[in-house]
Ligand binder design. Structure first.
Ligand code: NAD
Ligand code: WQD
Length: 348
């Protein structure tokens, strides 16, 4: 499996995974409509990896654009990141989220099937565990959703299960990411949210540069040791490596399938660190890693948040032979290096 199509490869997780793929010797083809990313990311990828990946400016809503890529390229497998991902926005614009995430995936799978490409790694999310499961979350727990965004992931997972039942050549990994943060250690690639950041680490980083006055902490009365919410933060490069491991697993199942049928599958894997940190612990870690003080104020709970969740990662550790290598300090220092570069660019 050498030629990999990466949908959404210009985005936060996609671009870091593209670096990991290039460094591992894959030939990467990116498809993205840049609705939440910048064309300049291609240059950054080239600076880091020494390789300018092939790029198609295309929208998954247009099936013919996807077909054009498959006609021009011999694709062996697909990593499908492209989606809209803001939970709050999905509550306000459910139709946009269902359309983009569901129809985009439908179109992609139809084209893959037309071209006999059956290897797929799908970006799912810890949000598919809903708000009723006990922690840590395990892959075989029942799925549910608390937002249209989350529901789109639950529905796509179900659709991919049905697809494999209908055609056993489909070989699919459902990667359930927990809370990806951090940036490439070069400081050349990272997360650059448009507008006011929704997520904790990008908000802290903008407080650190002075772009925002203070972090608002959503709730300090949760049933957690310090009262603030606990999440399982994972460095984006560890997450990127999880995709390489998932591709390797799909490839080994394909070879096993040639001698012994029924080896292909749809399997879900949790990609997280396997433990959590509270909001206050993340603030402290950022201050210690960077030497920058982060002022904060306590606010009411954010609607839809739950007190605490983290992953059971035994399955990914064992079956994919994957573990995280980077801790919270590195997540903070890499974020800071990237944020400083972003500010320099904005001011020059
Ligand atoms: P991102 O927004 O940075 O990247 C998504 C990319 O997909 C963007 O470059 C965007 O332009 C592109 N895209 C969106 N719709 C498209 C379409 N119709 N056609 C072509 N390109 C399109 O998001 P990310 O944080 O890198 O997330 C990647 C994937 O991981 C998403 O599926 C997301 O739901 C999932 N995920 C993200 C997180 C997180 O916290 N970042 C957590 C769990 C799961
Ligand atoms: C982390 C903690 C907040 C911002 C979201 C999606 C989830 C997944 C990952 C895609 C919580 C607190 C945050 C702030 C705060 N994405 N916080 N002040 O909500 O765990 O997960 O991103 O699949 O689906 O819901 O991440 O970074 O927003 O919040 O106090 O300004 O930080 O309350 O406890 P979350 P987050």
């Amino acid at each position: 499996m050498k030629n990999i199509l990466v949908t959404g490869g210009m985005g936060f997780i996609g671009s870091h995974t593209v670096i990991a793929l290039i460094e591992a010797g894959f030939n990467v083809i990116i498809l993205d409509n840049l609705c939440n990313s910048e064309i300049t990311t291609l240059k950054q990828i080239e600076k880091i990896s020494g390789h300018y990946p092939e790029f198609y400016f295309a929208n998954l809503m247009h099936k013919a654009s996807i077909e054009a890529v498959f006609m021009q390229q011999e694709i062996h497998g697909v990593i499908h990141f492209a989606a809209l991902k803001a939970v709050g926005e999905s509550v306000d614009k459910p139709l946009s989220y269902y359309q983009n995430n569901l129809v985009g995936t439908l179109n992609l799978c139809q084209v893959m099937q037309e071209f006999n490409v059956f290897n797929l790694v799908f970006s799912s999310s810890a949000t598919v565990y809903g708000d009723k499961n006990p922690i840590p979350y395990k892959e075989d727990m029942p799925l549910s959703a608390t937002s249209p965004y989350g529901q789109s992931k639950v529905m796509i997972e179900q659709m991919l299960q049905d697809l494999h039942l209908s055609e056993p050549r489909w070989n699919i990994s459902l990667l359930r990411y927990f809370n990806p943060i951090g940036a490439h250690s070069s400081g050349l690639l990272g997360e650059n949210p448009k507008g006011i950041p929704n997520n904790l680490m990008p908000y802290i980083a903008q407080v650190a540069t002075g772009q925002r006055q203070a972090l608002g902490i959503f709730g300090n009365d949760y049933n957690t040791p310090d009262g603030t919410g606990i999440r399982d933060y994972i460095h984006v490069m560890d997450l990127a490596n999880g995709h390489l491991k998932a591709l390797a697993q799909l490839a080994s199942q394909n070879s096993a399938n040639q001698t012994n049928r029924n080896k292909t599958s749809v399997e879900a894997y949790n990609l997280g660190a396997g433990h959590g940190y509270s909001v206050l612990e993340v603030v402290k870690a950022f201050e210690n890693a960077t030497g920058v003080h982060i002022p904060f104020k306590k606010l009411a709970r954010r609607a839809g948040d739950i007190a605490a969740f983290y992953a059971d990662t035994h399955k990914a550790n064992k079956v994919l032979d994957w573990q995280v290598e980077r801790g919270l300090t590195q997540m903070c220092s890499d974020t800071w290096r990237w944020q400083l570069n972003l500010s320099k660019r904005a001011n020059s």
